[in-house]
Design a protein. Sequence first.
Length: 176
Amino acid sequence: MTKLTREEFTRRLSRIKLLALDVDGVLTDDSIYFGPDGFEMKRFNISDGFFIVLAMRAGLEIAIVSGRYSAATDTRMKDLGVKYILQDMKNKVQQIDPLLEKLGLGYDQIAFVGNELLDIELAEKAALGIAVADSTAELLEAADYVTESKGGEGAVREIIECYFTGVGIDPRSVIV
């Protein structure tokens, strides 16, 4: 599949109303740390989180669409103010359908960012399917756009910076 250039990607992002994000391998470096008692920890990128907050302030809806439940994900997303945290369902299309209906959006108005085999179906159905740089080969092939940054290393910030450019908003204008 021919990939969008950064300019084409930025232009198409300007029409997006909802940015849906996988977590493990997109917002994290694809690592999970478990303590002997089963306590789970994840490493989230602070810049990704900061730009998620700025994007929401600018009016972009953000949703988390993760195949597994994680209390760490729940805590981090609530800390950022993300309203739509969808976890623990392997079929991500079925997982997001009720949210799209609730928001009155179609697949032509969403972008989805993933990194793994579970993400391919939603990436193909979304108006913009995005793979982080270190995604599985199958998603890299299926995606419309591939970030320069790896998951957990600023890939989400990179995407949101393109969104701001596309809609003509200086991200500094939404810092309060």
